[in-house]
Ligand binder design. Structure first.
Ligand SMILES: *[C@@H]1O[C@H](CO)[C@@H](O)[C@H](O)[C@H]1NC(C)=O
Ligand SMILES: *[C@@H]1O[C@H](CO)[C@@H](O)[C@H](O)[C@H]1NC(C)=O
Ligand SMILES: *[C@@H]1O[C@H](CO)[C@@H](O)[C@H](O)[C@H]1NC(C)=O
Ligand SMILES: *[C@@H]1O[C@H](CO)[C@@H](O)[C@H](O)[C@H]1NC(C)=O
Ligand SMILES: *[C@@H]1O[C@H](CO)[C@@H](O)[C@H](O)[C@H]1NC(C)=O
Ligand SMILES: *[C@@H]1O[C@H](CO)[C@@H](O)[C@H](O)[C@H]1NC(C)=O
Ligand SMILES: [Zn+2]
Length: 519
């Protein structure tokens, strides 16, 4: 049984004014989830499984080296014979990028940049772009961006306070202008598309209305952007300030308005428009913060979670996932667009985060920690769960960059795309995504075929519509292997596609054979 959904069912029932029978909506029940979680926990810790997956991964690496040695020239030849298309004009999507969304209509206080830095106890020198006067807007933009991500060397608690305070000082219009500027750059770049994140905190139920009104008022639409909602995991901050009575309230603030707008769109015109541009939810925060909570059947239910302590990553992820599933089935029924769950995961912190994402997420961002668990890495390979990596976002030194597992994962055949995470913070040019690709190409010595494969992955992984994917990748893009590749659009060699497909089938087959003989 799952009380929060029951709780939701009651709410839905009231909303639908259908008091007789709440319509059962499908969702993964908590006991099943916990059973699966415990199974996986045991699996990733088992010695023989670790050894086996480690060997398979090593094999995959070596196999790719051989493929490269034998076929690199042929791949290149194939691409040379491909008219018109090159890496520059194949479509690529920035699958992980943050926008700041802290709106307040009252403009009584305008923090100067200097004050802002003083508050942050940070010297402007810490920022990578030095023309502070000219780029003030961008600076602020990226700064808030960082709060959302807690990706910051400054102590976390200070940041959290700031996070809450600063949301009062941003001028919504000012922010809209910056975003539109970014959109214009993308339009100009033509072959790029981005999926910026806007924040919903779950602190109060009117956040969605404010955000959507801001969105509609400032006409933020851009053909080359689709939007995602990021929910920071900062229940503990809100609870300690008494903004929320329990965790259930936070979930309610995040999801209830969307349920209402789904059931009764006329009553929420701005939100309904806004939701059409939203493709998914993200969960963000510093993963290395350990909550000390272990999700089990004894954990309090969301409405009973009244303590100040933050729930674990898994707890957050499960309840977000479950609500998104219910929401999606309701929206599907009504012919509306649905949402994906694409959390930040594996950037730091416990391995269990990746395990949770394996069970609940459509796609993830970062995935660095897969390096630490061969079992999970192999599972991500088998399931081909897309990972948006941003090597530049964690690159204080050249060495750091080279140590990033991007190349290793790509060679093994994990489904990897490149994204900017915090553009302007880590990038220097007007086209941060191209910069990300260019640097990866230089440092990792990627071939054109490698780069186009990553670009193709990014389009597959992103939240744009099926029609647009057909336009960018070809009619058969949903098919596996070379059949699904239209080289005229993607510039990925068929030799590469065939290699990937055969390799993947071979590994799946091994597992299937093993299951048979194990019986
Ligand atoms: C706030 O500061 C920005 C940047 O200096 C400026 O463009 C904007 O006009 C200011 N807004 C108000 C209301 O003073
Ligand atoms: C805007 O910020 C001010 C503080 O600067 C705060 O008092 C007010 O409640 C905020 N308004 C909204 C709508 O959040
Ligand atoms: C960007 O927008 C332009 C103009 O609407 C469109 O032609 C192009 O296909 C779009 N590119 C991507 C990658 O979405
Ligand atoms: C919808 O947005 C417009 C601004 O474009 C605003 O004037 C209006 O009050 C909003 N409607 C609601 C119901 O919030
Ligand atoms: C960069 O990555 C390393 C190891 O992967 C991690 O220890 C470090 O905290 C990261 N840096 C930032 C700024 O996130
Ligand atoms: C990743 O997201 C895309 C759409 O954004 C979706 O089509 C795909 O199925 C997701 N991947 C997995 C493994 O679920
Ligand atoms: Zn991020």
């Amino acid at each position: 049984m799952w009380p929060f959904i029951i709780f939701l069912d009651i709410l839905l029932c009231v909303l639908l004014k259908n008091k007789d029978e709440p319509k059962p909506l499908p969702y993964l029940n908590l006991d099943t989830f916990l059973d699966d979680m415990n199974f996986l926990l045991a699996l990733i810790a088992q010695g023989p499984v670790k050894t086996y997956t480690h060997r398979r991964l090593k094999f995959l690496s070596s196999k790719f080296q051989v493929h490269q040695m034998l076929n690199e020239m042929d791949e290149l030849k194939e691409l040379k014979n491909n008219p018109h298309r090159d890496f520059y004009n194949c479509r690529k999507v920035d699958t992980h990028i943050h926008a700041a969304a802290c709106m307040n209509h009252t403009k009584e206080k305008n923090l100067t940049l200097k004050e802002l830095f003083a508050k942050l106890k940070m010297h402007p020198y810490d920022l990578t772009v030095d023309s502070l006067d000219v780029h003030a807007g961008r600076q602020t933009f990226q700064r808030f961006d960082k709060f959302n991500d807690k990706y910051n060397p400054v102590g976390a608690s200070e940041l959290r306070d700031l996070y809450l305070k600063t949301d009062n000082y941003i001028d919504g219009e000012y922010f809209a202008t910056i975003i539109k500027e970014v959109g214009a750059d993308l339009l100009e770049a033509k072959y790029q598309h981005a999926e910026p994140r806007l924040s919903i905190y779950g602190r109060s139920p009117d956040e969605w209305d404010k955000l959507s009104t801001w969105f509609v008022r400032n006409r933020i639409y851009c053909h080359n952007m689709t939007w995602m909602i990021q929910v920071p995991r900062i229940y503990d901050v809100f609870r300690s300030k008494n903004f929320l009575p329990h965790f259930g309230k936070m979930l309610e603030n995040v999801f209830m308005p969307v349920f209402e707008a789904t059931i009764n769109p006329q009553a929420h015109p701005n939100l309904s428009v806004f939701l059409k541009h939203i493709t998914g939810f993200d969960s963000v925060d510093d993963e290395s913060k350990h909550s000390g909570h272990m999700f089990s059947s004894k954990s309090p239910k969301p409405q009973e979670w009244t303590m100040v302590k933050n729930p674990s990553y898994t707890y957050y992820a499960y309840y977000m996932y479950a609500n998104i599933v219910v929401l999606n089935s309701l929206r599907k029924e009504r012919g509306m667009n649905t949402f994906l769950f694409r959390p930040h995961c594996g950037e730091a912190g416990a391995i269990t985060h990746l395990m949770t994402a394996f069970m609940t997420a459509d796609n993830i961002s970062h995935g660095l920690n897969l390096k630490k668990s061969p079992v999970l890495q192999y599972l991500f390979f088998l399931a081909q769960i897309p990972i948006a990596m941003s090597p530049l976002s964690n690159n204080s030194l050249f060495l750091e960059y080279a140590k990033n597992p991007f190349l290793d994962f790509l060679q093994k055949g994990l489904m990897i795309s490149l994204s900017t995470d915090d553009p302007m913070q880590f990038h220097f040019t007007k086209e941060p995504l191209m910069e990300e690709y260019a640097i990866a190409a230089q440092v990792f010595k990627l071939s054109t075929c490698d780069m186009c494969e990553v670009a193709r992955n990014s389009v597959l992984q992103c939240g744009i519509s099926h029609e647009e994917k057909v336009k960018f990748l070809g009619d058969n893009y949903l098919e596996e292997g070379p059949m699904g590749n239209d080289i005229r659009k993607t510039n990925v060699a068929q030799i590469r596609m065939a290699y990937r497909y055969e390799t993947w089938c071979y590994e799946l087959n091994l597992i299937a054979e093993g299951l048979k003989s194990g019986e």
